[in-house]
Design a protein around this ligand. Structure first.
Ligand SMILES: C[S@@+](CC[C@H](N)C(=O)[O-])C[C@H]1O[C@@H](n2cnc3c(N)ncnc32)[C@H](O)[C@@H]1O
Length: 275
């Protein structure tokens, strides 16, 4: 699978190397967990529920859920055999007990029975798929009546603030958005989440913004989650020039050495209920 294939996200190719990307996903799971978990409860997650996690990746969120809620059971699905294998290795103590991992089911066709889950979570996967309404319909099918879907995802225009501002970041980010759009990715999916849920037949939708920032968590974790290396693939694919990349790296260094740099990251969380 290469960056030029029609796959918006591939762990092997999204960053400069696989280990770096896994580490980035790990930190990305830490950075917003306080706010995310708070909202999951607000949206109705409770201990003892049967939970479906779609696009579970390496299982960092799966693990957090399993340890936070000792009586939930989780079915985790992902299309990438590497991710499934990685998750199976890490969470082997839970498998067959409270965790069921399904290789390699898609969000469009989970192969799971109708009306079988209380709660479904799709974190940072809707931005990587075509036809999001079809995916949400499939999730609605497998939820029990009254069951909830929560989608946590990204929208470029509210995603990231630097203070002092770094316009060179915005330039690279826009090139990344365009590059991903050619592979069925949508880095403006956040604004569409409510309508996706509505059009897939969910009711009682809710939409929240969650925020994490470096004054709370320190700058280092943010520089690893918004890893400048991510933009190298955009240059490799011809969407940005070497010069633009150099300009960004220089601006990033200047930002880091500015007197009181601040990074602030925001995602959207949308929930809907199956009638
Ligand atoms: C950015 S990762 C997020 C992983 C995890 N949800 C997290 O927040 O750490 C996106 C994941 O979605 C998976 N994915 C992409 N398309 C998918 C599909 N059609 N069905 C299921 N999973 C998919 C990818 O393989 C990848 O593991």
């Amino acid at each position: 699978m290469t960056m030029t294939s029609k796959v918006s996200y591939s762990v092997q190719n999204f960053n400069s190397d696989l280990e770096r990307e896994i580490q980035r996903l790990y930190l990305q799971a830490q950075i917003m967990w306080k706010q995310e978990s708070r909202n999951l409860f607000w949206f109705g997650l409770q201990d003892g529920m049967s939970v479906l996690e779609l696009g579970s990746g390496p299982g960092f969120i799966t693990e957090k859920l399993l340890s936070l809620l000792p009586k939930i059971s989780i079915t985790a699905i992902d299309t990438d055999p590497f991710m499934i294998d990685y998750c199976q290795q890490r969470l082997r103590n839970y498998i067959g007990n409270r965790l069921n991992i399904s290789c390699c089911a898609s969000i469009f066709n989970t192969g799971l029975p109708d009306n079988s889950f209380d709660f479904a979570i799709a974190r940072l996967v809707f931005q990587h798929i075509p036809n999001p309404v079809d995916a949400a319909k499939e999730i609605r099918r497998v939820l029990k009546p009254g069951g909830k879907l929560v989608i946590t995802d990204h929208d470029d225009e509210i995603f990231f603030i630097h203070e002092p501002p770094v316009p060179e970041y915005q330039i690279m980010s826009e090139k990344m958005r365009l590059a991903m759009a050619t592979r069925n990715g949508n880095r403006r999916i956040g604004r569409q989440l409510w309508r996706i849920l509505r059009d897939a037949g969910f009711q009682n939708q809710d939409l929240e913004i969650i925020v994490s920032h470096s004054d709370d968590q320190g700058l280092e974790i943010f520089t690893k989650v918004i890893d400048p290396e991510l933009f190298k693939s955009v240059v490799k694919q011809g969407w940005a020039t070497e010069q633009e990349m150099q300009n960004y790296l220089r601006a990033h260094d200047e930002f880091i050495s500015s007197p009181e740099p601040l990074m602030l990251l925001a995602w959207l969380m949308a929930s809907g209920e199956k009638p």
